[in-house]
Design a protein around this ligand. Structure first.
Ligand SMILES: Cc1cc2nc3c(=O)[nH]c(=O)nc-3n(C[C@H](O)[C@H](O)[C@H](O)COP(=O)(O)OP(=O)(O)OC[C@H]3O[C@@H](n4cnc5c(N)ncnc54)[C@H](O)[C@@H]3O)c2cc1C
Length: 400
């Protein structure tokens, strides 16, 4: 499956930060991680730091799957608004999952310190716009709900927005605690750091078959080698459905572009992350080198993004929307790209064990918050593996 098309910015910006050997012998380990995107990187980093002998393999180059295409807004708010999520999964799980999002962003900040590379991490406020007047009452309810549970939020009336921004909306929620990052760089830095602590990494190594045994699993690679592990972690992103009986989400295509650097961001309050109440939503962020990343225009087909003409059409729409919001900013597009994107029914990730794979853990961060879910998955899976209680595991379990 092609996970992405066009020219994702992060690989062009960073170049190939490191490459790794392909597997040319049999391996054995405690935990074998399939997938070297942000999810596999976070999990492998955490496991080796806990002293777990870990091998990571990826059929592509490290970070070159969906992670390279990610626009990497780090938001604790998930695509399902908190008041709606409470209706779907109950107050305790809904509120806890929002709090876990905040904690995950703190974790990325801590990691960027540990790795001695900020990996483009910057704290940001998020501005959530009512897309139309009829969304205002829902937005107010969301604001009241988040405030009631102690999240740091402000409500902006249309007039408050007008005095601060060059664009209008009938209302908005400003939230604190979010951030943005360069996901490709973070992935590479995590894997490099984990390697110095003993992680064995192989790229360009496809796992063709995962064979369960009485005591663990054997991964069979395309080149004919085997990796024996006591446990396997599927950090295989949007290509994971093939391993599961349960349908865990819908795959779609989403589109993005990045601008040339701007001299100023006039009309863009605090260079916040910006998104909206419509679904699918339009969203924006800036970068540490003063560019804007603009995304959205999702369509409900996993591989629609492979169509170049569709990318051109969709990114023109994104440009028009941006120019309408920021008439004083002269948008010059540097690169456009698109990719597969997954959504679950309740907006929550699937993390943990499934009955069909007794020695496996899955880390499927489907949804707009894939990266914060990857952080949450790293903690839950490490705890499960080490036999430590993790009450949050229940929120993301497959049979919820
Ligand atoms: C355009 C776009 C914008 C996005 N914006 C955001 C955002 O703003 N914020 C956010 O949090 N998330 C966002 N996401 C989602 C986010 O990118 C993903 O959640 C995240 O990158 C998933 O990481 P991963 O490591 O699970 O998957 P991947 O990065 O795809 O890594 C999985 C890896 O597994 C490997 N693999 C799969 N099968 C095998 C096999 N059989 N053998 C060996 N290796 C295998 C693949 O090669 C791949 O490298 C966005 C996604 C897209 C496409």
């Amino acid at each position: 499956m092609d996970l992405r098309s066009g020219h994702p910015f992060w690989i062009l910006k960073n170049g190939l930060l490191a490459d790794y050997p392909s597997l040319k012998h049999d391996e054995s380990c405690e935990v074998a991680v399939i997938g070297g995107g942000i999810t596999g990187a976070l999990i492998a980093y955490q496991l080796v730091r806990e002293g777990v002998e870990t091998v990571l393999v990826d059929t592509r180059d490290i970070g070159a799957g969906s992670t390279a295409a990610s626009t990497a807004l780090l938001q604790y708010e998930i695509d399902t608004e908190l008041h709606e999520l409470i209706g779907l999964v109950g107050e305790a799980h809904a509120v806890r999952s929002y709090r876990l999002g905040l904690e995950a962003i703190d974790t990325v900040e801590r990691l960027s310190g540990e790795l001695r590379d900020d990996c483009g991490f910057e704290r940001k406020t998020s501005l959530y716009l009512a897309s139309r007047k009829s969304d205002v009452s829902k937005l107010r309810k969301e604001y009241e709900t988040r405030k009631a549970f102690g999240f740091h939020v402000e409500y902006w009336e249309a007039k408050d927005l007008k005095s601060r921004a060059s664009f209008a909306a009938p209302g908005a929620i400003l939230s604190y605690g979010d951030a943005q990052v360069d996901p490709f760089r973070l992935t590479h830095r995590l894997i490099q750091a984990a390697k110095t602590e003993g992680l064995r990494v192989y790229d360009r190594c496809e796992v063709r078959k995962v064979e369960p045994t009485d005591s663990g699993v054997v991964l069979h690679t395309g080149a004919g080698f085997r990796v024996k592990g006591r446990r396997v972690v599927f950090a295989t992103g949007y290509e994971s459905q093939q391993y599961l009986k349960q349908n865990v989400g819908d795959l779609k295509s989403t589109f993005a572009l990045i601008s040339e650097p701007f001299d100023s961001f006039e009309g863009w309050p605090d260079r916040s992350l910006i998104w909206e109440s419509a679904r699918p939503y339009f969203y924006l962020r800036t970068t540490s080198d003063d560019r804007a990343i603009i995304g959205g225009e999702d369509v409900p087909y996993a591989t629609a993004h492979e169509n170049d003409r569709l990318i051109a059409r969709k990114t023109q729409k994104l440009q028009r929307r941006f120019s309408g919001m920021f008439p004083r900013l002269d948008l010059e597009v540097s690169y456009t790209w698109a990719g597969t994107f997954g959504e679950t029914e309740d907006g929550l990730a699937y993390i943990g064990r499934t009955p069909e794979f007794p020695h496996a853990y899955f880390a499927l961060g489907y949804g707009g918050n894939g990266i914060t879910y990857s952080v949450i998955a790293a903690k839950i899976i490490t705890d499960l593996h080490l036999g430590r209680p993790n009450p949050d595991a229940d929120i993301f379990r497959f049979d919820r």
